[in-house]
Design a protein around this ligand. Structure first.
Ligand code: ADP
Length: 302
């Protein structure tokens, strides 16, 4: 039996469902990846999520939703005076914009009030986290997370990191680049998206992004690039994988997250890299043909 532990924030998502009507869902980058990791894993694989939540009814609903997707949140720290983060999606034609209420979310406390975090890290075969996980933590807690991951992870376990660079979540660009690089340097598998990398680091090509992370210490890097080739780097060798066209792109939310979840799960099942990449691209291809981040498990073709 294998186990994947994700560390991050899941928020309440509000999207317009008609005049003066909001639809409520739950979403967050690491959580989305776990949702798809669950779908592409062996049934007996353990998929766990470490976050922090409040004691309010929405926190209860979020936990119930995670459970419905087969994601174990049994030891989630519950913080009495905090609540889950919230965001609303605004549609202006096909353009989407977001308003966030996450500055004081409970998830920001997930390292300071760790509950069973380190025991969970020590038990996992894959520990998955992202640049968003880093961005929401208070500075000292971020340092503690990176040190703790190295200290507690099981021998042979894979630290998987998606830089998911979101400048608006960081107050200082230099620190952002430094922290993303530090996290990548302790990781075994780095899963960046080229859009983010070129904007933040100025990389001219996905290969340059892959080599940059390799030079920091990552042995295995997969650079996603929307409909353009996915670039894979392992043990020094670069390979490009073309992406099958998707006819009806409806909403690209969670394309990268779903790719990551399906990729990690496929590797854990023992699939060779080329099949794992194709599987991950296939999963992301379904996600972008669907509105929202999460496809109900019953509708996903695995
Ligand atoms: P992110 O959501 O992190 O920005 P990308 O946009 O790079 O990530 O997309 C992740 C993956 O989703 C790609 O590697 C590809 O497999 C798939 N994908 C994204 N956009 C398209 C598209 N327009 N057509 C086909 N596949 C796509």
């Amino acid at each position: 039996m294998t186990s994947i532990l994700g560390i991050g924030e899941c928020m309440i998502e509000l999207s317009g469902a008609g005049p003066d009507l909001w639809q409520q869902r739950f979403s967050g980058d690491v959580f989305n990846a776990l949702w798809y990791a669950r779908a592409y894993s062996e049934p007996d694989a353990e998929i766990g999520f470490h976050t922090a939540l409040g004691e309010d009814p929405l926190s209860d609903q979020l936990l119930a939703f995670a459970k419905s997707g087969g994601i174990n949140c049994d030891d989630t720290p519950r913080i009495a005076d905090r609540r889950p983060g919230l965001y609303a999606i605004h549609l202006n034609g096909a353009e989407r914009s977001f308003t966030y209420w996450r500055d004081t979310s409970a998830a920001r406390m997930m390292v300071r009030q760790p509950g069973q975090l380190w025991q969970k890290v020590a038990a996992a075969d894959v520990v998955y986290f992202s640049g968003i996980t880093l961005a929401i933590l208070p500075p000292d807690d971020l340092g503690e997370l990176l040190t703790g991951l190295v200290q507690h992870k099981k021998q042979g376990a894979v630290l998987a990191f998606d830089p998911n660079i979101r400048p608006h979540l960081w107050s200082d660009k230099t620190r952002m680049l430094d922290m993303i690089s530090k996290a990548a340097a302790i990781s075994d598998l780095v899963l960046p998206s080229f859009d983010d990398e070129t904007s933040a680091f100025g990389d001219a090509t996905p290969e340059i992004s892959a080599r940059r992370y390799e030079s920091l210490g990552a042995r295995h890097v997969v650079v996603k690039n929307g409909p353009a080739d996915t670039v894979h780097l392992a043990d020094g060798s670069l390979t490009r994988f073309s992406v099958a066209p998707v006819q009806n792109v409806i909403d690209t939310t969670a394309a990268g997250d779903s790719f990551n979840g399906a990729y990690v799960a496929s590797l854990m099942r023992g699939l060779p890299v080329d099949e794992a990449i194709r599987t991950a691209q296939g999963c992301a291809g379904q996600v972008i043909g669907h509105k929202g981040a999460i496809i109900p498990l019953a509708e996903l073709v695995v």
